[in-house]
Design a protein around this ligand. Structure first.
Ligand SMILES: Cc1ncc(COP(=O)(O)O)c(C=O)c1O
Length: 482
C-alpha cells in the first residue's frame, strides 16, 4: 500500500483499489450455525458456503481478481495444442522468474507429485524449513522422509524475529552429515511458511542454503506458492534488500534455486500451477510426467481462461500496492487481537491471522484437538469459517500413532482484496467475545477418520454439550443479534 501518513496519528490499512463487483453474504442466526456445524461433522471444510458469513478458510483460489485479469479471460485461445494463451503465460512466467523452462500443472500439489516422483527415492530424505500437508504426503508416498529444520524461533508463538521461516543452517549441515548428501533428494524451502503462521524466509538465508546445496550437489527446490507475501516481508524487513524492486528480489530468489514450483491458486490469483527450472536435465525428466498426470504440455490441466488470468496476476505481483494489501490487513488484525490479550502468532505473517489455540483453550488437551474445537466454536459464534492447522492436520504414522502438532493454530486466512476493514473488525469482535467465554468450549473426537489428509473430510463430534451452552451464552449476551 502506498506510503500515506495520517493526520490523526494512528494509521490504518488503506485500500489502493476500489470494489466494482460484489457478492452478497449471508449471516444466519447462531442456532442455525450450530446445526450447520453439526451437519459438517465439526469440520469447517465440510460447511456449505451459503451458511458462511466470512470465508477465512483459505486464500487458495479465492483472492479477488483485478479488472485486467477478468478482461484477459475473454481473450483466451482454446486450442488444445500450441495455444496462444499458453505462449503468453509461458513468456510471463519465464520473465517473472528469469528461467528457461516452464511446465504447467493443474495446481501446486500436482507439481509436488511430479517433483517427488522424479527426485524422491525409497530411503531418501527431504530437509525443509517446514512441511506443507500435500508436500509431505507426496514425499512420503514416494518412500522419502521429511526432516524439518526451521529455526527454533519458528515455533515460538510470540516473537519479534522477522524471518521465522528461515532454515537453521547448522541443522541443515547436520541432516546432510547424518543421511549423506547422496541420500538427500532435495532441500525444500517454502516461501511464507504456511503451517507455522505464514512466516517468511529471508533472502540471506536462501543464499546460505543455496551455497550448501551447490557444494553437495543437492537440488534446491523453492515452493513459491506464498511468494507474494514473502516478497513484501523481504522488502520491509531485510535491511540488505531495502531499495530493491520486487522483480530484483524474485530474480535473486530464482537464481539461487534449482527448481521453483507454485500454486497459482495463490501466486497469480488464479487456479493452476507450474514448475520452472534452468536445468535441462531436470526439465526433461519432469516433463515426462506432465502428459501422464496433468494434460498436454500447453495447458497442464488448467483452463485457458485461468492461464490468461495467471499471466496478468503474475505481472500484478510486481506491484507493491498489490502484494502489501494482505500483509497490512493481517497486521491490523493481529495488532487488534494482541491488544485485547488474545493469543496470536507474532510478528504478523502473510496468508492470514493465526490464533494460538493451545493458549486460547489451555483446558483442552491436544488429543482433543483444541485448534479444531476453536474453529468449530468460532464458526458458531460468528459465522466466520477458519481452518484448523494443528494435530488434525497431521497424519498418523505407519504404526497408527498420531503425532501431536508443534503448534495448534486456528488460521483465519485473509484472501487478498476480498474483505473490507469493517468485516475484519467484526471477526476481531466475535473472537474477543469467544475468548471471554473460552471456558465453555470443549474438545472434539473423530467419528470418521480418513487415512490420508484426514483434515479435509474427517468428521468429528463434540465431547459434551458445550456447543449448546455456547449458543445459550451468546443469546444472553447479544439478545436477538445475528
Ligand atoms: C505453501 C504451499 N505449497 C503448496 C500448496 C499446494 O497447492 P494447491 O492447493 O494448489 O495444490 C499450498 C496450498 O495451500 C501451499 O500453501
Amino acid at each position: 500500500m502506498a506510503n500515506v501518513k495520517f493526520y490523526a496519528g494512528e494509521s490504518f490499512p488503506l485500500e489502493m483499489h476500489k470494489v466494482r463487483i460484489i457478492q452478497k453474504l449471508n449471516l444466519i442466526p447462531i442456532e442455525e450455525r450450530q446445526k450447520c456445524m453439526e451437519a459438517a461433522g465439526n469440520n469447517t471444510f465440510l460447511l456449505k458456503n451459503r451458511d458462511v458469513f466470512m470465508d477465512m478458510l483459505t486464500d487458495s483460489g479465492v483472492n479477488a481478481m483485478s479488472d485486467r485479469q477478468l478482461a484477459s479471460m475473454m481473450a483466451a485461445d482454446d486450442s488444445y495444442a500450441g495455444s496462444e494463451t499458453f505462449t503468453r503465460l509461458e513468456k510471463m512466467v519465464k520473465k517473472f522468474f528469469g528461467v528457461e523452462y516452464f511446465l504447467p500443472a493443474h495446481q501446486g500439489r500436482a507439481c509436488e507429485n511430479i517433483i517427488s516422483q522424479v527426485f524422491v527415492k525409497k530411503g531418501s530424505v527431504v530437509p525443509m524449513n517446514y512441511h506443507f500437508t500435500t508436500s509431505k504426503a507426496h514425499i512420503t508416498l514416494n518412500g522419502g522422509t521429511v526432516e524439518e529444520i526451521i529455526v527454533d524461533e519458528g515455533f515460538k508463538i510470540k516473537s519479534d524475529c522477522p524471518f521465522k521461516g528461515d532454515i537453521d543452517i547448522d541443522k541443515l549441515k547436520d541432516v546432510i552429515n547424518k543421511w549423506g548428501a547422496e541420500n538427500v533428494a532435495f532441500v525444500r524451502v517454502e516461501a511464507g511458511t504456511n503451517l507455522i503462521g505464514g512466516q517468511p524466509g529471508s533472502l540471506q538465508n536462501l543464499s546460505e542454503i543455496s551455497s550448501i546445496c551447490r557444494l553437495h550437489k543437492i537440488p534446491l527446490v523453492y515452493d513459491a506458492s506464498l511468494l507474494a507475501d514473502n516478497l513484501y516481508f523481504i522488502m520491509k524487513r531485510e535491511k540488505a534488500c531495502a531499495g530493491m524492486s520486487t522483480h530484483e528480489i524474485i530474480l535473486k530468489i530464482a537464481a539461487l534455486s534449482d527448481v521453483i514450483y507454485f500454486s497459482a491458486r495463490k501466486l497469480g490469483f488464479g487456479r493452476g500451477g507450474g514448475i520452472c527450472t534452468n536445468n535441462s536435465e531436470y526439465f526433461y525428466r519432469m516433463r515426462e510426467m506432465v502428459p501422464l498426470y496433468e494434460g498436454f504440455l500447453t495447458y497442464g490441466g488448467m483452463s485457458v481462461r485461468e492461464m490468461e488470468a495467471i499471466a496478468i496476476g503474475l505481472e500484478e505481483t510486481l506491484d507493491e500496492d498489490m502484494i502489501s494489501q494482505g500483509p497490512i490487513f493481517i497486521e491490523h488484525m493481529v495488532k487488534e487481537l494482541d491488544r485485547k490479550g488474545i493469543p496470536v502468532i507474532t510478528p504478523a505473517g502473510g496468508l492470514g491471522c493465526h490464533v494460538d489455540a493451545k493458549a486460547f483453550l489451555d483446558h483442552v488437551p491436544q488429543s482433543q484437538y483444541p485448534a479444531g474445537a476453536l474453529a468449530a466454536a468460532f464458526y458458531i459464534a460468528s459465522g466466520v469459517r477458519g481452518m484448523e492447522r494443528g494435530t488434525l492436520s497431521e497424519q498418523r504414522d505407519e504404526n497408527g500413532v498420531e503425532p501431536m502438532a508443534h503448534v495448534e493454530l486456528l488460521r483465519l486466512a485473509v484472501p487478498r482484496r476480498v474483505f473490507t476493514l469493517s468485516q475484519i473488525n467484526y471477526a476481531v469482535d466475535r473472537l474477543a467475545w469467544l475468548y471471554e467465554n473460552r471456558r465453555l468450549v470443549g474438545g472434539l473426537k473423530f467419528v470418521e477418520e480418513p487415512k490420508i489428509l484426514r483434515f479435509f473430510f474427517g468428521r468429528l463430534a463434540p465431547l459434551s454439550d458445550w456447543q449448546t451452552k455456547l449458543v445459550e451464552k451468546f443469546r444472553k449476551d447479544f439478545g436477538d443479534s445475528l
